[in-house]
Design a protein around this ligand. Structure first.
Ligand SMILES: [Zn+2]
Length: 54
């Protein structure tokens, strides 16, 4: 399995909404009513949290 390139990893970060904490990310998912279909993950690129499809 090849490692994702820097560009590929940035695509998972750039353009995504960023959250300061996991709680912020999960709150946002909750407000949107999608908490069951999203999971929060800590981004190694920007150091913030993003939501991904669960
Ligand atoms: Zn990021």
């Amino acid at each position: 399995m090849k490692k994702p390139t820097r560009d590929e990893r940035q695509r998972g970060c750039t353009g995504k909404r960023r959250y300061r904490t996991q709680g912020d990310a999960l709150d946002a998912a909750l407000l949107a009513g999608v908490e069951r279909r999203r999971k929060a993950y800590l981004c190694a690129l920007c150091g913030n949290w993003h939501l991904a499809l669960a």
